[in-house]
Design a protein around this ligand. Structure first.
Ligand code: EPU
Length: 429
């Protein structure tokens, strides 16, 4: 429950990246020795991955201050059940490690997603290239390595929409224990994939071309334990910067990597939203003049966005950007190319008075001087974040229902926003 209109002020420290820690936790299945992630965030999805890894036979310890330690000494099970996998698509990341370590994996298909079909064909294509036999049976992906184990190969992992983040992660994790050399062409270049590579190298893997679209992996016999701190969450950072900018406040987002947000910061500049930047922080600058209605900060310039793979504008910040543009002084065009149906927030933003029209993959946002608080329903993680942002900047009270989605990817969001001066409370539904 949010009382809108408070100007945010203060500092917020960014947590370890959700989309790094989930595949990194799955990578622990590749070794008998423990993998420690000291800065694993306290997220619901991390809990789900911990449950899944335990079901597979690993021990997982979660520390009170965040951080996890996983030990997959064995024996391990090769079956990842539907009951857990259905809760989180990133569960698919256990497929590659299980196949590499056990020679067999039986992982439930993750199923549909609220923002559309999310295929996994390139994951399977990659495993097949490494010699595995893959079939779908009773809702499970059954993958079996050939006698003698997986063998290195050249594989192109591009999809019709660009590279695949978890597809690259999965095939990479299978290839590190394969015999010989694997070359992944059109690998995803997202910082989270680079981070996974660094974790695997710390465990003893041999990978060249880290951070580039061509990864060269020389398989090793076994991997060992390691301690790996994951990179800061760039999407969490962008979301708090949006909160600062939308309330005209001074919000310093610390312990982040501005270079991972260069597309987003470019759009902030284009929109005329002032910020300062240091080596590991970005701070939105307060806006003095109150030209908007009811004392709201000056309105941003309308600014178009097309989502792209890294280093382009991330789809995981599209909903938040749309919310910002709902207050712009004119019309912005948003083009969602990665997930054409990732527009669940549009109808809910309309309940606050936003004017957004959708045509295919495009949303046309007619900015307004103000939105008015309302009851809205969250549909998924980033849509929830966008609705909370809208509530912070709208007039009056906004109630976001099904807000549990937000706990999948934002650690203690209401506490952090309260510390910045937001009027927000969490109520039991
Ligand atoms: N695609 C295919 N075939 C495949 C795999 C993907 O056609 O086999 C298509 C998808 O339909 C999509 C595009 O390729 O159009 C990219 O999908 P990708 O595989 O990269 O997505 P993902 O790995 O399932 C990760 C993040 C998502 C994020 C996307 C895009 C994790 C755990 N999840 O998903 O994060 O939106 O990359 O950057 O890393 C979120 O954090 O809210 C979230 C949804």
């Amino acid at each position: 429950m949010i009382e809108g209109g408070a100007r945010l002020d203060g500092a917020v420290k960014i947590c370890g990246a959700k989309n790094s820690v989930l595949p990194v936790m799955a990578a622990a299945l590749l070794a008998e020795q423990p993998l420690r992630v000291p800065n694993a965030p306290q997220l619901h999805d991390v809990g789900t991955m911990a449950v899944l890894l335990r079901e597979l036979g690993a021990s997982v310890e979660r520390y009170a201050d965040g951080g996890v330690e996983i030990c997959a000494e064995g024996p391990l099970s090769d079956k990842a059940p539907w009951e857990t996998v259905r809760k989180m698509r990133a569960s698919i990341c256990v497929l590659g490690p299980l196949l590499a370590r056990l020679g067999r994996a039986d992982v439930s298909l993750p199923g549909g997603c609220v923002f559309g079909v999310r295929p996994i064909d390139v994951h399977l294509k990659g495993f097949e290239a490494l010699g595995a036999k893959v079939r779908v049976e009773h809702g499970f992906i059954v993958a079996e390595a050939p006698k003698g184990g997986l063998r290195g190969a050249e594989v192109f992992l591009g999809t019709a929409f660009g590279s695949s983040v978890t597809g690259t992660a999965n095939v990479l994790m299978a290839a590190v224990l394969a015999r010989g050399r694997t070359v992944i062409h059109y690998a995803a270049c997202e910082p989270e994939v680079e981070d996974l590579c660094r974790c695997l190298v710390a465990m003893g893997a041999k990978i060249e071309g880290i951070g580039s679209p061509m990864l060269v992996i020389d398989g090793v016999e076994r991997l060992g334990g390691a301690t790996h701190a994951v990179i800061p969450d760039r999407i969490e950072a962008g979301t708090y910067l949006s909160a600062g900018a939308m309330t005209g406040g001074r919000v310093r987002v610390t312990d982040m990597r501005p270079v991972h947000l260069s597309a987003y910061l470019d759009r902030m500049r284009e929109a005329g939203l002032p910020f300062e930047c240091g080596p590991d922080w970005v701070e939105t600058q307060p806006q003095q003049e109150s030209s908007g209605a009811h004392g709201f900060p000056p309105r941003p310039r309308p600014t178009d966005v097309t989502t792209q793979t890294y280093p382009g504008f991330p789809t995981d910040l599209q909903a938040q950007w749309m919310t910002q543009m709902c207050f712009a002084d004119g019309v912005s065009v948003i083009n969602e190319v990665i997930y054409p149906d990732r527009y669940m927030h549009v109808a809910e933003l309309a309940r606050l008075g936003a004017q957004v029209r959708r045509q295919g993959t495009t949303a046309i946002v007619q900015g307004k001087a103000s939105l008015s608080g309302a009851k809205v329903m969250a549909s998924d993680l980033r849509a929830s974040a966008a609705l909370v942002l809208a509530g912070l900047a709208a007039q009056g009270k906004t109630e976001v229902y099904r807000v549990y989605h937000i706990d999948r990817g934002y650690e203690k969001i209401e506490q952090r926003l309260i510390a910045l001066g937001a009027k927000i409370t969490r109520a039991k539904e």
